[in-house]
Design a protein around this ligand. Sequence first.
Ligand SMILES: C[S@@+](CC[C@H](N)C(=O)[O-])C[C@H]1O[C@@H](n2cnc3c(N)ncnc32)[C@H](O)[C@@H]1O
Length: 392
Amino acid sequence: MTEPDIDTVAAKLRHQLAEQLAATGWLRSPAWRAAVEAVPRHEFVPRFYVETDAPGLTTWVPVTPELVGLDKWLRQAYADETLITQFDGCEIDWADPQPISNAHPTSSSTLPTLVVRMLEDLQVEDDMTVMELGTGTGYSTALMCHRLGADRVLSVETDPEVASRARDALTSCGYRPRLRVGDGLLGADGSAPSDRTIATMGVRSIPAAWVRQTRPGGLIVATLRGWMRSLGLVRLTVEDEHTAHGRFLSSDPSFMIARQQDAPESLGMLPSSDEGTTRHTRYGPELLTKPDSGFVAQLALPHARSFSMPGDDGTMSTYVLDARNDAFAVLTPDGEGWSVRQGGPVLLWDAVEQALALWHAAGPAEFGLTVTPDAQRVWLGAPGGPSWRLPA
Ligand SMILES: C[S@@+](CC[C@H](N)C(=O)[O-])C[C@H]1O[C@@H](n2cnc3c(N)ncnc32)[C@H](O)[C@@H]1O
């Protein structure tokens, strides 16, 4: 394929991607559609990894024009897929790229369905300014530059190498937004408050800087997450420089967590088998992974992590450990259901069961979030309803 061919084929693939995104219902407005049809995603992902669908350990394989051919690489670049460009905060060795397992993606070009969904949720208007946290490859930044004009877009990336590649790709496509290298949890000090703020990394709670740096009446669209799972997508209206409130739009979307908020590496000491008290529970560990109950469990246990491990007799147990203290819950099958052994300053599984009881009693109700200078609380139904505090 020659250079002009690439442009022709890429334009066709962009059109197909736009059709596909429109068919899902997430791409709705003509202005965002025009951006998807115009911005060459392949310029932002010259080489990347994609997840294989082989069973077993999650594995990613490299995709570059040299490895798979120009045509296949281009098609992958316009697939509705997340394209991973970094693992574990380390640069990839592109001289000899190998399949990768046992690693955590730390930068990517996000799934286009999710990108356009969040951009639509942002409800921008022509003359608005946007602050983006998590530049990544720069693709979503470029979409915003196309939609609003680069002088209305400010984007912050924590990783200098990632930021530098994004800057190069944006420049070569003719976009010159304001780009900062730094911790986006601190926003972008010194710039005027934006009309809209969007985060393409997950956060454990909404950083105070984002509220302060979004104008009153402006919107923040972000994904919240804990160390067990995502809490999904939330849209907040900023009331004043310290206060914001809004509802969860969905509990599905998940982003890689902001680097500064990752779980501590060490799990600490595992509880020994004679610690704690044991009782029967009707809920097994699957509740942690189911969409709705998992969301509620994550709210009830904001500092917890969970993992499964076989015991001496081969029986698989699920451990839930609080990173702040020695609280633990260990779930083990007990024939008719599950038994839970708990100990430490907080009874973690009791907290999960209480949260589930409140959720069941409330019936179908949406979750929302209120941010004040004192606390951030996720509430059920209405701000005065049952609520859970997010980590500060
Ligand atoms: C999912 S990627 C962003 C995808 C991007 N919007 C795109 O379209 O390519 C998340 C990015 O957030 C960055 N990130 C993580 N923590 C950050 C922080 N505290 N401040 C700014 N960027 C951060 C990561 O380095 C990564 O590049």
